[in-house]
Design a protein around this ligand. Structure first.
Ligand code: BGC
Length: 819
């Protein structure tokens, strides 16, 4: 349907609707679908989580099952600095979403990485609003051009997980406009996302879900957003305030506030019916956009195809960032290798993502060890030593693994609507992990009130006292060999405050035990579905794993240390305590580096880590969370098949205490954004604090030169400023460079950051090849937001453009005057 036909259909449909029917559209039918109106032929629209792959544990009887591709996460997308590539990733994600018969992918997440410890930094893009905006625009365009809708999230100032559902982000208007809103603004104006998801938190005292200024004035008013605003899951807390504020759809359904209570409010003159009409129109627009009005015309999907796998690898290769490479340690020469040591807790396990709603289980995942073995072939011995653990509480074992002979491989889950778990289960299924971020329920289970029993076996690897830990809302009971070990009913029942309950049990190595876990979620608990289980075995008595790793490193040509975060350490729902590598990883790095001077450290992290060991090793590679193909990508990059081209989308500080939010985080439910516009590199530049690695930094195996930067001497205010620069590959290998353009305003009425990223381009050049890049700076690229005049201001006078390879590696400067 063309836009005109859509509006005609909307008006015709709306005219036939009762008030109850209009209101029924304003909340979900259930956890993942919008509400249909069968009488009028309004179908439901299906959503599922992103952002770096389609979450597949959300299947219901309406959806096909299948394992989706796990792409590198958001921070990797930004580290590629390659919008054209991200557009292709968006298109692939659309095909995967369609393959699972969904219409909307709940993505992208364009929130600014304000503090380096924020748990969801790995899902989002950058500390810089311009970079976040460019990547977000590309992602949404790629997705929506294939007929799948985006849900731009989380609007706005959702920058930490501590107190994420009631914290109040106290932020001034200028900072909002210059730092926290521009990525949203760019995506809304240029890519027209089908939906926008409001955040959980409050902004200046008002919940995001009822924020007139953000939702009505700015998003729908100034930026012209035409679709519905949906609440983050459980982010709506009011009836009249929310509808008046501009929240159109309460999720998940069924409605808590937007049901019969909202109908009553209209009948009692608390809210005009025209406000309901506007919201209903937006939902109908979404229905039309989804293509559900003509199911036969819906685009076909494709899941985890070889093309998507190759694309996942391409993105990993384009984003992995080379941070240090002394004495040309990398690339490794395969012909000179006989023995390679892969060491570390992330060597044999592939770290593909962080925890929370974005987590997805792909059909396979390639670890660094597997990737290197595949790349080097049987000629080279690639051996592994774990060295140490990186768990916050160690060491974790998965109770269902290893598979038991003669038993089901996994845990049998039985679902009950009866909280006493009596009678016949409503549904059963086999599950691989006891690790549920809000258990997804099979059909027939009442999501408001249900119980589950998991049964299975596990074999103890070691003798001694084991700790079993559960994180849950509701009630969790755990039995080992039939004996009740733990009965946990946390008082708060809020997922972001769950601290976990522990019980201990003596086990004997080699013995098999029966495990039974019962989970009960009564009515009235909002987040009754968060549930995690870890079981911790004791450390081996003589833990000599570091010594074993050192011995292996000594007899190898090179040691690849695979370090970083354990599964779920960076996660929705929690921030990191600091920037340290968890566990004894620093000790392991130092011991191995002392044993073998050719030591390469590979880090899996979605945000900065401190590197007190940096001077001890010649090479450091930041892999982020590189998705299911990560191990292959890493191997190709270490061996020089791929020339690294990723650049940091965030600053890496030397010490945690150096970061701009240090004194204003996490706040006591009031989070004062006291650093104002000085976020990320804007702060380090302004305060003259030396970072470990600056924003925009990343090495290559080749070298580039910047020549002939030119700008006109003077320009008229309002006219675009053309900037030209020539880039030459002066090294011996083909490679890609991200040319970054920063603008400095030497004198201005209001204080401004020393420089701000305004344009960039990623180009691939053969050795000796050169290219002339042309950038155009518009008014906005020179402007600051003046809160008194309530608008963007370009002050006449001098400006400087700086072009370079990172924010601290400026290769050319030129000045121009705005008349
Ligand atoms: C997250 C959203 C997600 C939603 C649905 C919330 O907890 O904040 O990002 O899309 O759940 O799973």
């Amino acid at each position: 349907m063309n836009p005109q036909a859509i509006e005609v259909w909307i008006e015709e449909t709306l005219a036939q609707m009762t008030l109850e029917e209009k209101v029924s559209l304003l909340s979900g039918r259930d956890w993942w679908y919008t509400a249909p109106i069968e009488r009028l032929g309004v179908p439901p629209v299906a959503m599922t989580d992103g952002p770096h792959g389609v979450r597949t544990d959300t299947w219901t009887e309406e959806r096909p099952r299948g394992a989706a591709t796990s792409f590198p996460t958001g921070v990797s997308m930004a580290a590629s600095w390659d919008p054209a590539l991200i557009e292709r990733v968006g298109a692939a994600l659309a095909a995967e979403t369609r393959a699972l018969d969904c219409d909307i992918l709940l993505a992208p997440c364009v929130n600014i990485a304000r503090t380096p410890v924020a748990g969801r930094n790995f899902e989002s893009y950058s500390e810089d609003p311009y970079l976040a905006g460019r990547i977000g625009v590309a992602y949404v365009k790629g997705l929506q051009e294939q007929g799948v809708g985006a849900s731009l999230k989380h609007y706005a100032c959702n920058n930490q997980e501590v107190e994420r559902m009631r914290g109040n982000s106290v932020v001034d208007e200028r900072t909002l406009r210059e730092i926290y809103l521009p990525a949203f603004e760019a995506v809304v104006k240029e890519a027209r996302p089908w939906t926008v998801m409001c955040a959980y938190n409050r902004i200046n005292g008002v919940y995001a879900s009822e924020h007139q200024h953000l939702l009505r004035d700015i998003l729908k008013g100034e930026w012209g957003f035409e679709g519905p605003v949906i609440s983050d899951w459980g982010a709506n807390h009011t009836i009249v305030e929310s509808v008046a504020g501009g929240l159109d759809i309460e999720m998940p359904g069924p409605a808590k506030y937007y049901g019969q209570l909202l109908v009553e409010e209209v009948r009692h003159w608390q809210i005009e019916e025209s406000v309901i009409d506007d919201a209903a129109r937006r939902v109908l627009r979404l229905v039309a956009w989804s293509g559900r009005l003509d199911e036969d015309a819906l685009p076909e999907g494709a899941l985890n195809t070889p093309e998507h796998q190759a694309l996942a690898r391409e993105l990993a290769e384009a984003s992995i960032t080379l941070l240090k490479n002394a004495d040309a340690t990398l690339p490794l020469d395969a012909t000179k290798l006989r023995k390679v040591a892969v060491i570390g807790p992330n060597g044999a396990e592939a770290r593909i993502g962080g925890g929370g709603s974005s987590y997805l289980e792909p059909p396979y995942r390639v670890s660094p060890l597997e990737g290197l073995r595949a790349r080097l072939g049987p000629e080279v011995a690639v051996e592994y030593a774990r060295g140490c653990d990186n768990y916050a509480e160690y060491p974790l074992f998965q109770p269902n693994l290893p598979p038991q002979e003669g038993a089901e491989n996994g845990l049998r889950a039985q679902f009950y609507n009866d909280l006493a778990l009596s009678g016949e289960p409503v549904a059963e299924r086999l599950e691989a992990y006891l690790d549920h971020w809000r258990v997804s329920l099979p059909p027939g289970v009442d999501s408001e009130s249900f119980a589950v029993r998991w049964t299975g076996q596990f074999r103890a690897e070691q003798s001694g006292r084991h700790a079993f830990k559960v994180y849950n809302t509701g009630t969790c009971r755990l039995y080992v060999d039939g004996a009740l070990l733990l009965d946990a009913t946390p008082a708060t029942n809020q997922d972001w405050e769950t601290i976990g309950s522990v019980a201990y049990c003596d086990l004997v190595a080699g013995q098999t035990y029966a495990l039974q876990v019962e989970y009960v979620k009564p009515r009235g608990i909002q987040y009754g579905t968060l549930f995690l289980l870890g079981a911790y075995a004791p450390l081996p008595e003589n833990d000599d794993r570091i010594a074993q790793a050192v011995a292996l490193a000594k007899e190898s040509d090179v040691a690849i240390l695979c370090m970083g975060m354990a599964k779920g350490f960076e996660s929705e729902g929690q921030d990191r305590p600091d920037l340290a590598l968890p566990g004894p990883q620093t000790e392991l790095i130092r011991a191995v580096a002392a044993a073998n001077p050719r030591t390469v450290v590979v880090v899996n992290a979605g945000s900065p880590v401190e590197m007190p060991w940096l001077a001890d090793v010649p090479a450091v590679v930041l892999a982020y969370y590189p998705g299911q193909e990560g191990g292959h990508a890493l191997a190709r990059l270490l061996l020089g098949d791929v020339n690294p081209s990723g650049k940091l989308p965030v600053t890496f500080p030397r010490r945690y205490a150096d970061n701009p939010t240090y004194t204003n985080y996490p706040g006591l439910r009031e989070v004062k954004y006291g650093e104002g516009i000085f976020v990320g590199y804007r702060y380090y530049d302004h305060k003259e604090v030396e970072p470990e690695f600056p924003f925009g930094f990343g090495l290559s195996y080749t070298t580039f030169e910047y020549r002939d930067l030119s700008v006109p001497e003077t320009v008229k205010a309002g006219e675009p400023v053309p900037v030209r620069v020539t880039l030459v590959n002066t090294g011996e290998r083909a490679g890609s460079e991200v040319a970054q353009l920063y603008v400095n305003d030497p004198e201005s009425g209001l204080a401004r950051p020393p420089q701000e990223l305004k344009r960039f381009a990623k180009v691939t050049l053969e050795p000796g090849e050169q290219v002339t890049l042309t950038f155009e700076l518009d008014e906005r690229a020179l402007a600051y937001y003046d809160p008194v005049r309530a608008g963007w201001v370009v002050e006449p006078g001098e400006f400087e453009v700086r072009v370079g390879s990172s924010s601290r590696d400026i290769r050319a400067r030129a000045r121009f005057t705005v008349r």
